[in-house]
Write a protein that binds this ligand. Structure first.
Ligand SMILES: N[C@@H](CCC(=O)N[C@@H](CS)C(=O)NCC(=O)O)C(=O)O
Length: 213
């Protein structure tokens, strides 16, 4: 069975959401980033030597392990073109989505992390928060005339931005971005998102119970 390695309230939620949107139910394994244990008892260092989630371990002959949020979400969405979660490869529309996913990965997700971990100087904190506000402002502008980032349909880009909406944890003030707030409420209400949160909470609780047993 395909396994998805996740961590609590992290970018792995994007993969859970896309899997839910296409009706796939990979077995969820929780990785505790603080004590480095997994709910399955596996060594996570053997799953991903870089020590980060998400990892999608395929149940294929070569037992491939896919990493990188944008790659895994795109791979899953590509399996179900009828879902409308991503445009077809080789089209300009797809290139524009790849551009947006790269932007989300590098200008949003990875910008939050050193702030959340309080790794930066005061100058670096201010500079990085300003970069994040600028990045979110471009998304807010994009959402002025459409319900979702690509238009009328929910897409991999929406899942990725939602799963990395860590502004409160990184101290980034984006409360003035009203289109983004309205978009978040729409995404919050999606059954795929609700299911992701519920499934994540369940596996986290099981893992915690194992640790205290
Ligand atoms: N390049 C990876 C980075 C993934 C990443 O940053 N994962 C974080 C959670 S969102 C993580 O697992 N951090 C654990 C750690 O650094 O200890 C991707 O885009 O998927």
């Amino acid at each position: 069975m395909t396994k998805l390695y996740i961590a609590d309230q992290t970018c792995s939620q994007a993969v859970q959401i896309i899997a839910n949107e296409i009706g796939q139910n990979p077995e969820l394994v929780h990785f505790n980033v603080f004590d480095q244990t997994t709910s399955s008892g596996e060594s996570f260092a053997e799953v991903n030597p870089l020590g980060y989630v998400p990892v999608l371990a395929l149940d294929n002959d070569s037992q491939d392990k896919l990493t990188e949020t944008m790659v895994i979400t795109s791979y899953l969405a590509d399996q179900h073109p009828e879902s409308g979660l991503i445009p077809a490869r080789g089209t300009l529309e797809r290139v524009k989505v790849d551009q947006l996913l790269t932007f989300i990965a590098t200008e949003i997700a990875q910008k939050h992390i050193p702030l959340m971990r309080k790794l930066m100087t005061d100058f670096g904190t201010e500079w990085t928060r300003a970069k994040l506000v600028a990045a979110y402002t471009t998304l807010d502008t994009r959402l002025a005339d459409r319900p979702y980032l690509l238009g009328d349909n929910f897409s991999v880009a929406d899942a990725y931005v939602w799963a990395t909406l860590w502004h409160e944890r990184s101290g980034t003030e984006i409360g003035h971005l009203e289109n983004l707030a309205a978009w978040k409420a729409r995404v919050d209400a999606r059954p795929s998102v609700q299911k992701a949160l519920k499934d994540e909470a369940e596996v986290v609780a099981i893992h915690k119970a194992q640790a205290t047993a």
